[in-house]
Write a protein that binds this ligand. Structure first.
Ligand SMILES: *Cc1c(COP(=O)(O)O)cnc(C)c1O
Length: 535
């Protein structure tokens, strides 16, 4: 049953088209391309199973012995996998940065897979290489606004790269700090550079005890992976408390000076443009000056917020980003490109040479192979999706999308503020905000009896966790949650709902329904009932 032949003849057919246009997989494909929304509503989250139940469908641990017909397999996928996946397209899925995509990415994805280009080298990508360089150039110009002869010189130069395309913000941040590290421990007459001799020799040669990076507590966890991977150690990720949700330039400078006086070296100041948790933007302009004074690299992690630069109205919020040495931008966030599209951009095109690598069979010196300066090896043609998006939306299209997200977040914030039993915790700077359920009487009590604050906040934390979980499990809508130190409650971190208004199709009534559902869920929870009675 369902088993296919074990013969080369059959397998050759699998490479072409074994089962015809009526096969199950072909039907799925048709349904997807004809009406994605309908496909998703019919096949995704059709079961409310716990992860433990789902794991039972994936309990087999031996490689399947015999081949299976594609159609039979496709049915299995629908049933076990698709039915139990998450509908990130839903307008009420507002908890994370992953959202609906414009329809054109589906056929483009097919084209990309069909062509199966490998961007590591020109021999397997040809026109995709100049296309990727152009995309990097366009994004570079958006951030750094260099004159046109700059781009004429560097866009397609074999000896420079304006950035690196990669699978996401994590690799982009690692690449930026890798470049910074190699530049911070460069070759001398007695030392061949850290890339050749390693961290221990580099630190010894330059007489540094430790090397670290400075960011706010809201810095993304990928930075901590980066310092681990680059041999600096996770303890050398120096994070500064930020009850205001922004890195204080003064504190960063003081901390950096102290660190260097103690015989250490600050590798980089990392400013975040759009923190993952609250969407705040560090004072980039001031941080650029701090980096200059400390004599270190300045990296801006704009993985999420970078797309704000498309908006003439809001790009001013990122003032100073053009002073960065390197900038991370994820196209798979606010540029609505499928996952797997990250970029790091270098202000100085020579910076990419700090990590340049050559091999005999590819990436030969003088070649334009992109793989010579990227961390990843084989990479797909995802740059095409960014290229197409830039053309199909244009800057003006992106501007509208960015503006409507921010404006919708502001409307949602007002809805929260005007409800007596909700408390807005961080107002949206971009399109992320945090809030919690907090009965009116408790809000008053926390204000008037400050000694009760600690205990009430702990109760409210439990309530938030419980409502968030129940709402997620009910499967109709989704907000995420996080724990934050805030200006309002500086002495204790609190648990909050986190909302990312990424989906352009989310309406005000979707947002109202989410609040209503949260109140309804809470009203069945004992902590809520108890809190509402507290006077
Ligand atoms: C998403 C994000 C990252 C990580 O990007 P991935 O694409 O998930 O690897 C890093 N920094 C910030 C600020 C982000 O929002």
């Amino acid at each position: 049953m369902g088993e296919a032949e074990v013969s080369l003849e059959y397998l050759y057919k699998v490479f072409t088209m074994p089962e015809g246009k009526d096969s199950k997989l072909a039907q799925i494909e048709q349904h997807l391309s004809n009406n994605l929304a309908d496909f998703l509503s019919q096949h995704v989250v059709t079961k409310v199973n716990s992860l433990t139940q789902i794991e039972k469908s994936f309990a087999e641990y031996s490689v399947p012995e015999s081949p299976e017909f594609v159609s039979k397999h496709a049915e299995d996928l629908l049933d076990k996998l698709v039915a139990n996946s998450v509908n990130t397209y839903s307008p009420s899925f507002i908890g994370h940065m992953t959202s609906a995509l414009p329809y054109f990415h589906l056929p483009l994805a097919k084209l990309m897979v069909g062509l199966n280009q490998n961007l590591v080298k020109i021999e397997t990508s040809k026109a995709f290489t100049p296309l990727e360089r152009q995309v990097l150039g366009m994004m570079h110009e958006l951030v750094f606004k260099q004159p046109s002869d700059f781009y004429q010189n560097y866009l397609h130069s074999a000896n420079y790269a304006l950035g690196a395309f990669c699978s996401g913000g994590t690799i982009a941040n690692i690449t930026a700090l890798w470049v910074a590290r190699n530049k911070a421990l460069p070759a001398t007459t007695q030392f061949k550079g850290v890339a050749q001799e390693g961290m221990a020799a580099g630190m010894m040669h330059y007489g540094y005890k430790k090397m670290g990076i400075i960011s706010s507590k809201r810095g993304h966890y990928s930075l901590s992976k980066a310092v681990d991977l680059l041999g600096l150690g996770r303890q050398q990720m120096i994070t500064i408390d930020c009850p205001t949700q922004r890195l204080s330039a003064e504190k960063a400078l003081a901390m950096g000076k102290q660190y260097q006086q103690d015989g250490n070296k600050v590798l980089s100041i990392v400013g975040v443009a759009g923190t993952t948790e609250t969407g705040h933007i560090d004072p980039l302009d001031e941080l650029a000056d701090v980096a200059k004074e400390l004599g270190c690299h300045f990296h801006v992690d704009a993985a999420w917020g970078g797309a704000t630069l498309f908006s003439n109205e809001y790009s001013r919020l990122l003032k100073g980003i053009e002073k960065a040495d390197s900038v991370t931008i994820d196209a798979h966030k606010q540029m609505y490109v499928p996952m797997g599209a990250g970029m790091v951009l270098f202000k100085d095109p020579n910076d990419s040479n700090a990590v340049r690598h050559h091999a005999q069979y590819i990436l030969r010196a003088g070649s334009k192979d992109l793989g010579a300066t990227t961390l990843e090896g084989s990479r797909n043609g995802m740059a095409m999706m960014v290229y197409s998006s830039l053309h199909i939306f244009g800057r003006q299209g992106y501007e509208l999308l960015i503006n409507q997200s921010i404006e919708k977040a502001k409307i949602f914030a007002r809805m929260i503020q005007s409800h007596p039993d909700f408390e807005l915790i961080t107002s949206p700077i971009l399109s992320i905000l945090t809030y919690r359920l907090n009965p009116e009487n408790v809000q008053i009590k926390i204000k008037t009896q400050s000694d009760m604050g600690h205990e009430l906040n702990m109760e409210l934390d439990k309530l938030t966790v419980s409502v968030q979980k129940q709402q997620r499990e009910a499967g109709k809508s989704f907000v995420s949650r996080t724990r934050l130190q805030t200006e309002k409650y500086p002495d204790q971190a609190i648990t909050v709902f986190r909302v990312v208004l990424a989906n352009p199709l989310t309406t005000e009534s979707d947002l109202q329904n989410i609040l209503d559902e949260q109140i309804a869920i809470a009203s069945n929870i004992d902590i809520w009932k108890k809190l509402c009675l507290a006077s």
